[in-house]
Design a protein around this ligand. Structure first.
Ligand code: C2O
Ligand code: CU
Ligand code: CU
Length: 426
């Protein structure tokens, strides 16, 4: 149930990865065997990619499907040509090369298709994979970090199956998007993992089309150590963690009191952690994890207002629906920007490509320490207003725009996406 790790092949200074997407078949269990999408010959999903901060990465993606796909590195700070959004289509039998330097700190990112009009369906059918970024921060060695042993990747997707056990995909016009009755965790039902007796790190990815999870544990404390884009400044004990579509979180669970379950408010048990005292365990966490520059302390060069709302026939950002021919926002390279985002109607998971932002205000209040790290996706319920600060100083992109959009994929497909460019000297 743990996706395999894909370490790169070193070619001089370049770390090379190959991904190949194709149709596949996966046994979910309970009599359900479904047609799926997968990378590298897996039954579903793709391998977990290992990137190191400071390294040059080259990823060749080959499309063995009969339809167009793209491969977007969600959460990654990469040049627009390598971002894998709707502009970087890969036709059947074609390959696409993404090359960039990893310029961000350790964190959990993910990859998924981003073709305008088929993103939701391809992701729902299993085209998704995790990316683990590592760096030289010495706290890494003090955290659970043995993949699949005390560092467990968990991809959450809710699904619907028909009587033949096949996946049922649909776009839902309702406010909340398409919610399905069955929770799959790493594409299985009700899994358990054997883990050390001590601290266990869970790397959660909400790869669902529309479902928001509210996660807690049944025994002991739940500690959050990372949000979307990297470690928090310090571990934070929380009662629960809300995970919007597209979001990641790294949580620490303590199994020293015995079997512990991760729970979701809607589905109940997500995964059971069964301790085995013979495995080497980590007993305590470092007091601080990472240094995070508070972006709000630097001068704000520009402010924007982002309004999320319904329009006839779909969803819109500032009244506009996705149009490949329109660049909605132009940002000056190097600027630190403050965006005030509000939802007039509906629930939305607002996501920005290329940058990791900081939340500075949530309905007029500063966020708690558990939400004060790097984020690329933020959940807004109807009536919410969130202020974020982001700095656009890594790449300009005069040719291809980046995207910002709602990560409730029904909304994204129904128009709730826009394009931005980062340009010098404007
Ligand atoms: Cu998961 Cu446009 O992103
Ligand atoms: Cu993204
Ligand atoms: Cu939305």
């Amino acid at each position: 149930m743990i996706p395999p790790l894909l370490a790169p092949t070193a070619d001089g200074d370049v770390m090379r990865f190959e991904l190949r997407i194709a149709d596949s078949r996966h046994v979910f269990g309970e009599g359900r065997t479904a047609t799926t999408l997968a990378y590298n010959g897996q039954s579903i999903f793709g391998p977990t990619l290992l990137w190191r901060s400071g390294e040059f990465v080259s990823i060749e993606v080959t499309n063995d499907l009969e339809e167009i796909t793209t491969t977007h590195w969600h959460g990654a700070d990469v040049p627009a040509v390598a971002d894998g959004g709707p502009w970087s289509t890969i036709g059947p039998d074609e390959s696409w090369l993404a090359e960039f330097e990893v310029i961000q700190p350790a964190g959990t990112l993910w990859y998924h298709p981003h073709r305008n009009g088929t993103t939701a369906e391809q992701v729902y059918n299993g085209a998704a994979g995790m990316i683990i970024v590592q760096d030289d921060n010495p706290t890494a060695a003090m955290l659970p970090r043995t993949y699949g042993v005390d560092d467990i990747p968990l991809v959450l997707q809710d699904k619907e199956f028909d009587d033949d056990g096949q996946l049922v995909f649909e776009i839902d016009d309702s406010q909340v998007g398409d919610l399905n009755d069955e929770l799959t965790v790493n594409a299985t039902f009700n899994p358990f993992v054997t883990v050390p007796e001590g601290l266990v790190r869970l790397r959660l990815l909400n790869g669902s089309q529309a479902r928001v999870y509210e996660l807690s544990v049944d025994v002991g404390p739940l500690i959050k150590i990372a949000g979307d884009g990297g470690l928090l400044e310090a571990p934070v004990e929380v009662d629960s963690v809300e995970l919007a579509p597209g979001d990641r979180a790294e949580l620490i669970v303590d199994t020293s009191q015995g079997t512990t379950a991760l729970l979701d408010a809607d589905f109940g048990r997500v995964v059971e952690l069964r301790p085995d005292a013979s495995l080497p365990a980590i007993g305590s966490l470092p007091e601080s994890l990472a240094e995070i520059e508070a972006l709000a302390d630097s001068p704000i060069d520009n402010e924007r207002t982002i309004v999320l709302d319904e329009v006839p026939g779909g969803w819109a950002i500032n009244g506009s629906q996705m149009d490949m021919g329109v660049v909605n926002e132009t940002i000056r390279f190097g600027d630190t920007e403050k965006w005030t985002i509000s939802s007039l109607e509906g629930i939305h998971a607002f996501h920005v490509h290329q940058t990791q932002f900081q939340i500075v205000e949530w309905n007029g209040e500063p966020p708690g320490p558990e939400d004060s790290g790097w984020e690329d996706t933020v959940l807004l319920r109807e009536g919410d207003e969130v202020v974020i600060v982001a700095r656009f100083d890594s790449y300009t992109n005069p040719d291809i725009p980046y995207m910002f959009h709602c990560h409730i994929l029904d909304h994204e497909e129904e128009g709730m996406m826009g394009q931005f460019q980062v340009l010098t000297g404007s």
